[in-house]
Design a protein around this ligand. Sequence first.
Ligand SMILES: [Zn+2]
Length: 442
Amino acid sequence: MAGRHKKAIKPIYRRLCAETENGKVLINESFPIRCPYCGSSIVRTHGTQARKNTRVEGFKCADHGCEFLKDHNEGKQFTITSSFSFVNGMKHTLQRIIELFAQSTRSKREIAKDFGVTPALITFLYHKYIEALENLHNLDVLVVEPQEDTAISIDETFIKIDGKNFYIIIATGYATRRVLALRVSESRKEEDLRALFDEADLNTKHPISIVTADAWNGTRAMIKNLNRPITFVIHKHKKPYDKAVIWKIEYYNTIRKITEIGIKTDFFKRRGKREFNYTSRKQNTISKPKRKRGRPKGVKNGQGKKRKKSRKPKKKRGRKSLFAVFKNGKKGYAKVDPYHVKIRVGCDIPWAVNAALKDVNELFSQKFVQNNVAEYINSVISSYLPLTGPKTVDSIERTLKSFFLLRNHPELIDCIRISHQFQRAFSEYQIINFPYREVVLS
Ligand SMILES: [Zn+2]
């Protein structure tokens, strides 16, 4: 006859509401009641338990397989707030909602619909999220520990503050997709990019060995003057879109050897034989005295004048030469197999060319050599930044950093206020357990 009883046990559902600062909020229309110990939904109602000014409905696990019975005579007793779905589900749900806030691609109404909760609860959470972001401002970090990335992408976009343009330069890790460095600045000179690179380098476990970026002179100068071996992929945001240039930079004592390889951006996209062009040049890393030679005799401040003259043609030369490898370089061929992330070149091809193509193949296998991180940043900036208070370079940088920190580590939510406050909404403000309460009230 005991069997009959077991069959009679049906899963229990409750309508879940919370009292918040924004008033009463419906959380879930049919919230499943499960044992916090074994997760089973074979549970029974079990009277009420006393709380401060009220009583809440109690439950008891009726699953014979529950581990709790190993050292107890009776099934585990619990309430909604200590039930399995509540403790585990809420934490998980909260993290997913926060991630959606961070991505800012969906409206609050849509998020509410997705999670089967009321827009009021989402609004409540959103305020807590913004509060948490503000609390993170002082941290001024982007990751909580060094990341696995060895390849980064440098992207930039700009915003207007009081009619003035500012650059937002961001370094994202290829492996983790996390933002590893961020800088808001009036310029995008070599120093700005160097500061960005150094921050990213500090946020990775191993030295960064591959950088991808667009064609700005500042980035190129920075990469060269790192004075360490690196692979650099340059893809232009302007025409010609279909071409990219790879630099493999090596050092032999004071000599810097730059091997340039020109490829089409679909080089790694599909299996097949691909053409490329390559060339290499050597530079002396200690070739600074040029300036001294150029200073006119007897003019103490001649340096400035001389510089102005020599800088302009230099820039032009630099821009022209970026794609010059396609015209002047030697031709080579490679067999690309993106599905096995493999690449093969002839034995006449220099080692540096082979090594560089292999490095880049790891990043862009089955993909075009291009970048779309900047687009993502634009959407973040347009949807999130207007919400924050007064805008200075410093405040924007910190706001964005806290934003990306939370996006990089949604688990941080557990350590900060949101979680705390959110939980308070359920415990301190009291869960209103409807079937029970409504019965009492009516
Ligand atoms: Zn149980």
